[in-house]
Design a protein around this ligand. Structure first.
Ligand SMILES: [Fe+2]
Length: 401
């Protein structure tokens, strides 16, 4: 990968604040959207979040949007097809995604079908297949972690094979991301912790990966600092809107960073742990993060150690950074993350090891390794990973924090 050239692209307009929702009607008018399809899931609806958004629209003279609330935890191409049919049936002219990663990816998939006037989503899988802009897409995240509100990726399951199919295109980047703390206030402690650890992993992998560049580094750095300052403050004051908003901004900035600089071994293995054993993504990230970093540190040479070591400052703060010798900083980063995992387990019950997730058996590790070998995110990891390496990391993460 060339060190003398990089691209950075992040055209999403970010609306962040205590009353961010109230800006939606104006933004819809700017996008010329009069009949949006709102995509969400039953959990978001039962938490009362859908009602809040619809109320804001009504208060601003916008009729209730058409609603598709059939998105399951792991969305699939058949769900996307159903949503696209509803969009066409109701004559919609834009999309609003209200939810977590699965809802947002479903909205991106629906957008491909309705914009391309197509029925077969598979035709558009892979990188760079889309050739023109899609319909307007506004995203209101209800978790603070995936960063999907700013990324160029969607992952949707093929129900025939069970494979998670990636779609990668700049045209998938949403037009507007609405970060309003009212949307994450009800997020339970464990999901809050797991989502934040996903955001941290995006930032750390983007900052230390092969595709890092000065612009995405700035976002990754800020994201690490925001996670560090708010991860343990939120459980102590879960109703504090500013703290919640800070975690949302962290997730969005980490999303911007990895949408441009990609992720690495932790995601390579985490995707596979999710595919084989259905461990939720954020939980898998938290479990695997120190182990993936340790592997990279052992094998990644001086440039990797330098990049990782610098992150001790936003991660652990000035005092710890200054007290730690330069060559000890990379290991101190990993130790800090391990300490966080132990604290999060006490606070929220977030598992520390693959075994503790209750979803992974030792016999699953071999199939996880096999699946991981075809995961594209390993391309950007600073160290190559073969089956033996993947197996070693997974075995360590099975019983060790
Ligand atoms: Fe992730």
């Amino acid at each position: 990968m060339s060190k003398t050239f990089f691209e950075f692209f992040s055209p999403v307009k970010i609306l962040a604040g205590f009353k961010a929702l109230e800006n939606i009607p104006f933004e819809l008018s700017l996008l010329n959207v009069k009949t949006p399809l709102l995509i969400t899931d039953p959990g978001v609806e039962s938490a009362g979040l859908l009602k809040s958004v619809v109320q804001v629209l009504k208060d601003n003279g916008i009729k209730s949007p058409e609603i598709f609330n059939d998105v399951p935890q792991d969305s699939s191409m058949s769900v996307v097809a159903k949503g696209a049919n509803l969009y066409r049936e109701k004559g919609c002219d834009g999309l609003i995604a209200l939810g977590g990663g699965s809802v947002i990816d479903t909205a991106k998939g629906i957008n491909i079908l309705v914009s391309e006037n197509a029925d077969d989503l598979k035709k558009f899988s892979g990188a760079g297949v889309l050739k023109r802009p899609l319909k307007p897409l506004m995203v209101i995240p209800t978790t603070a972690g995936t960063g999907s509100e700013t990324t160029l990726v969607a992952v949707i399951t093929d129900p025939e094979t069970g494979n998670k199919v990636p779609f990668v295109s700049h045209f998938l980047i949403p037009d507007v991301a609405v970060l309003d703390p009212r949307m994450t206030l009800t997020l339970p402690p464990q999901l809050t912790a797991a989502s934040a650890m996903d955001a941290l992993t995006h930032a750390v992998e983007a900052y230390t990966g092969l595709a890092k560049n000065a612009v995405s580094d700035a976002h990754a750095w800020s994201a690490v600092q925001l996670v560090s300052e708010n991860l343990f403050a939120v459980p102590e004051a879960p109703d504090d809107r500013q703290l919640r908003l800070n975690l949302s901004v962290a997730a969005t900035q980490a999303g911007i960073a990895f949408s441009n600089s990609m992720v690495g071994v932790v995601h390579t293995l985490g995707h596979s742990v999710g595919a084989v054993c259905h461990v939720p993504h954020g939980m898998a990230m938290s479990v695997l993060l120190p182990h993936g970093l340790e592997y990279n540190l052992e094998n990644g040479g001086e440039s990797y150690a330098n990049a990782l070591g610098k992150l001790l400052l936003p991660l652990a703060g000035e005092d710890t950074y200054l007290k730690t010798a330069r060559d000890e900083r990379p290991a101190a980063v990993i130790k800090t993350i391990r300490d966080w995992k132990n604290r999060l387990q006490k606070i929220s019950g977030l598992p520390c090891t693959l075994k503790e997730t209750g979803k992974v058996q030792k016999s699953d590790l071999e199939p996880i390794v096999r699946v991981s070998l075809s995961d594209a995110s390993s391309i950007y990891n600073p160290v190559e990973i073969d089956a033996e390496d993947a197996s070693n990391i997974l075995n360590k993460a099975y019983e060790n924090c």
